[in-house]
Design a protein around this ligand. Structure first.
Ligand code: ZN
Length: 204
């Protein structure tokens, strides 16, 4: 997917991932943005900034919105999903911890590899997301494990922020996140639907 509209993400939406970073699962979805300028296509490199410290992969299911959603019900939101995309919510942990705002930690150029958009799946709660680094599986989960399922998440967002066609919502990452290094190759796959593969380079 080349040019999404706005990109809304949710933090800590899988219990085991919240735990691995020492966080509680929030009572409500924890939302943040990534800018469209950080999107890269399948095969394009993730660039590690020289001064970022630890930069992690986060394999995620992303949902493409197909209709305007304002204060919409879960049923309306489920019906408005146009497609899904494999996404890697690349995250600079030290900036995330120290900056207060996550703009740089989550929004640096190349920090959002996206696969091709796949048509809307039959069941939004039965998608399997897998992340591999250098061919080794590091994350695997299904959307049945989401703390806030996709329709619930979209409905919550639409209470405050109108969603438009071509907007993208990242649904959170499962347990198993870890740092990337130069010359790694990281792949995120939504099994049977979409995948994105990214070599990693270090900027000097
Ligand atoms: Zn994420």
């Amino acid at each position: 997917m080349e040019r999404p509209g706005k990109i809304i993400c949710v933090g800590r939406n899988y219990r085991e991932h919240a735990k691995e970073l020492g966080n509680e699962v929030p009572a409500e979805p924890l939302l943040f943005f990534k800018p469209p300028s950080c999107v890269i296509a399948n095969g394009a490199p993730i660039e590690l900034p020289a001064d970022a410290g630890r930069v992690d992969f986060e394999g995620e299911v992303a949902v493409v919105i197909g209709a305007k959603l304002t204060k919409a019900s879960e049923a309306q939101c489920a019906a408005a999903v146009r497609g899904i995309v494999a996404a890697n919510d690349v995250s600079a942990r030290e900036w995330q911890k120290n900056d207060g705002q996550w703009a740089r930690a989550k929004g640096t150029d190349t920090f959002l590899p996206l696969g091709e958009e796949s048509r809307k799946p039959h069941d939004l709660a039965a998608l399997t997301v897998v992340t591999r680094v250098n061919g080794v599986e590091r994350q695997r989960a299904t959307t049945a494990d989401l703390v806030f399922p996709i329709p619930t998440l979209l409905s919550f967002i639409s209470r405050y922020i109108t969603l438009y066609p071509n907007d993208l919502v990242l649904t959170g990452t499962p347990a198993g996140v870890g740092p990337l290094a130069a010359n790694d190759v990281v792949e995120v796959e939504i099994v049977g639907h979409s995948q994105v593969r990214s070599p990693v380079v270090a900027l000097s």
